[in-house]
Design a protein around this ligand. Structure first.
Ligand code: AKG
Ligand code: FE2
Length: 408
């Protein structure tokens, strides 16, 4: 509909100008000027027609991605996005900025430590943070809003501008995915998008996280592992072609039991599900990401497709869809193989959350996505869910954090 409007409007403008030119006997310069304006307007509208816009991406592309997600998310709990529009170069520059940041002295870094309320800013290595609930061996810089500016040009020229631009790109990509997800659930295309419209602008818990996992080195004399120094080098992938070999061939991984690796419980990030709608994850190389596929208890490597963005469903999407799109358990292990372990790992995660006041009500999705036929059929499961208390997105996340801190 929107595309049709663009096309018709552009044809209408052309027609108007031509008529105007014929009726009035204009001088030559004005005539040329009119032609130029006409061409520019036509070009802009044709571009909009071909590419779509942030709020109105081209429907056929939204539908195609929706179909793929409909297949991948219930079965695997994740998918790999390609041709997503975020250039690898932009990711590399972001990691470079993060490493420069991490190399600053502790005194300087302290100015940027995130305040607990907003979570915006530097999240120091939780190992060094006595109050950390998890012992995760990583450094993070969070962007929770595009509005505030707290990184100064002086120690970090270009940091803020670059990271904000990247956060904006991820927000656009998330908006597109929300529309595809809605289509995949037989909902109106804008159904989910409208419930996430405050991403990175307040009253919404979405955030972009720049993550750095330091290299883990081995002290042969003491026979123990220690954390390497922070120093950026571009981590070229072992292979820049897709690598989906089974782990036995290339990358020895853990056994079935939780947390047991040959390095003796050494994890960069312990097994968890994400809390929001979904997460978009860019990685500099494979670096240890493992998942438990829906219905399986076995940790397995994901494999690596350079330049792709990994997407996994979060807990709110699984509540909303009555587990049709289950939340994916995942973790990051310290690779056993030395050549992988000494490289460290960089990743960028965009956690997409609904606006805080959004009620995460499964009956909403059920009613909106049902055909008339479905609605007349009684559904036992549906009736059961409708009796359960429904929380909004903010309440759900607070309950989650409470649970985590009580159990630790
Ligand atoms: O860094 C990664 O690859 C995963 C990070 C992650 O799962 C998380 O922060 O929730
Ligand atoms: Fe995660």
């Amino acid at each position: 509909m929107y595309e049709l409007f663009c096309l018709l409007f552009s044809v209408f403008i052309d027609f108007e100008i031509c008529t105007f030119l014929i009726i009035s006997k204009l001088n030559r310069f004005f005539f040329l000027f009119c032609i130029l304006v006409n061409l520019i307007i036509t070009f802009v509208f044709i571009c909009l027609f071909i590419k779509g816009t942030e709020e109105h991406p081209v429907k056929s592309v939204v539908n195609r991605v929706g179909l793929q997600l409909q297949k991948a998310l219930p079965e695997k709990g994740f998918a790999l996005l390609v041709n997503h529009g975020i250039l690898e170069e932009k990711l590399k520059v972001a990691w470079q900025h993060l490493d420069n940041f991490c190399s600053l002295s502790s005194d300087v870094k302290e100015h940027y430590i995130n305040n607990i309320e907003g979570y915006h800013g530097y999240n120091q290595n939780e190992e060094e943070n006595s109050e950390g609930e998890h012992h995760e061996l990583r450094y993070a810089f969070n962007i929770t809003t595009l509005k505030i500016s707290n990184v100064h040009e002086d120690p970090l020229p270009g940091f803020e501008e670059h990271i904000n631009e990247l956060a904006h790109d991820f927000k656009l990509l998330a908006g597109f995915i929300l529309q595809s997800l809605a289509v995949s659930l037989d909902l109106n295309q804008s159904f989910l998008y409208e419930k996430h419209c405050h991403m990175l602008s307040g009253d919404n818990e979405s955030k972009l996280c720049l993550l750095y996992y330091p290299p883990i080195l081995e002290d042969n004399e003491k026979n123990e592992l220690f954390k390497g120094r922070l120093q950026y080098t571009y981590q070229k992938c072992a292979s820049d072609t897709p690598d989906f070999r089974p782990e036995s061939d290339c990358y020895k991984t853990s056994d079935v039991s939780e947390g047991a690796t040959a390095l003796g419980q050494q994890l960069y990030s312990s097994g968890h599900i994400d809390y929001g709608t979904f997460t978009l994850l860019a990685q500099d190389s494979e670096g240890g990401l493992e998942v438990k596929l829906p219905g399986s208890e076995k940790w397995q490597r994901v494999g690596h497709l350079p330049g792709s963005i990994f997407i996994n469903a979060g807990e709110m999407l699984s509540i909303w869809t009555e587990n049709r799109y289950p939340a994916l358990s995942h973790r990051v292990i310290i690779p056993e193989q030395e050549h992988l372990r000494v490289r460290g790992r960089h990743s960028i995660a965009f956690f997409c959350h609904p606006d805080n006041i959004t009620m995460i009500d499964p009956t909403d999705i059920h009613h909106n996505s049902s055909t008339e036929d479905d609605l007349t059929k009684p559904r036992k499961k549906h009736v059961k869910i409708a009796k359960e208390k429904v929380y909004n997105a903010y309440q759900l996340i607070k309950r989650r954090f409470k649970k985590t801190s009580n159990s630790s």
